[in-house]
Design a binder for this molecule. Structure first.
Ligand SMILES: [Zn+2]
Length: 196
């Protein structure tokens, strides 16, 4: 098979190698109950999408370095000055000024707890997480926003203390590199590739 598309940036331009789409032959859809008459065709499509992280790139890079970054509005003229945002927001939603990037790892390790949760037995297309997936909404001391993520071990409960884990071995550089386990989980219990 040909090489999947790969991208890097040089001189402020995307440099692309490989194939960004593959043309796979279509096949007929026929009616087995009516003499196999033609009803339509399948249209296989496989394409590589270039997803730019922009100002959020540092957040995803930091996950692989065991750091959870958040942002804070430091605009003295903003009513929301001092508000911490996690998920990572580049700009303050109230004054639109550029936020300051802060390291929330210690606060997360000490104060993260489950606000609510949802266990999903089924998933959408392209899911790579083991099912059932335990999605959790996480609260932190001093933070008015709630972070959505997933619990890798144990049964969720309201108010349960959890700690972050990071995929440091072969990181995907997506939000899946961040997960959570119950407080007190031992190193040797962590999923493969993850570290505290
Ligand atoms: Zn603001």
């Amino acid at each position: 098979m040909s090489m999947h598309g790969q991208v890097f940036v040089k001189n402020n331009q995307y440099k692309m190698r490989g194939d960004f789409h593959h043309l796979t032959p279509n096949t007929p859809i026929r009616d087995a109950d009516n003499g196999w008459r033609l009803l339509g065709v399948t249209n296989p499509r496989d394409m590589t999408y270039i997803h730019s992280y922009g100002g959020e790139a540092v957040f995803f890079e930091s996950l692989s370095q065991k750091k959870l970054l958040a942002t804070r509005c430091d605009n003295r003229n903003c009513e929301s000055e001092g508000t911490i945002h996690i998920p990572f927001r580049i700009h303050c939603p109230d004054c639109l000024a550029r936020n300051t990037i802060i390291d929330l790892t210690d606060i997360a390790k000490k104060t993260a707890r489950i606000h609510t949760f949802m266990v999903c037995a089924r998933s959408g297309a392209f899911n790579v997480l083991a099912k059932p997936i335990t999605f959790i909404n996480i609260e932190f001391d001093g933070v008015p926003t709630i972070l959505m993520s997933y619990l890798s071990l144990g049964e969720p409960a309201f108010g349960m203390k959890v700690v972050p884990i990071f995929k440091t071995s072969e990181p995907t550089f997506t939000i899946l590199d961040l997960s959570w386990v119950p407080e007190g989980t031992k190193n040797n219990q962590l999923p493969e590739g993850f570290a505290f």
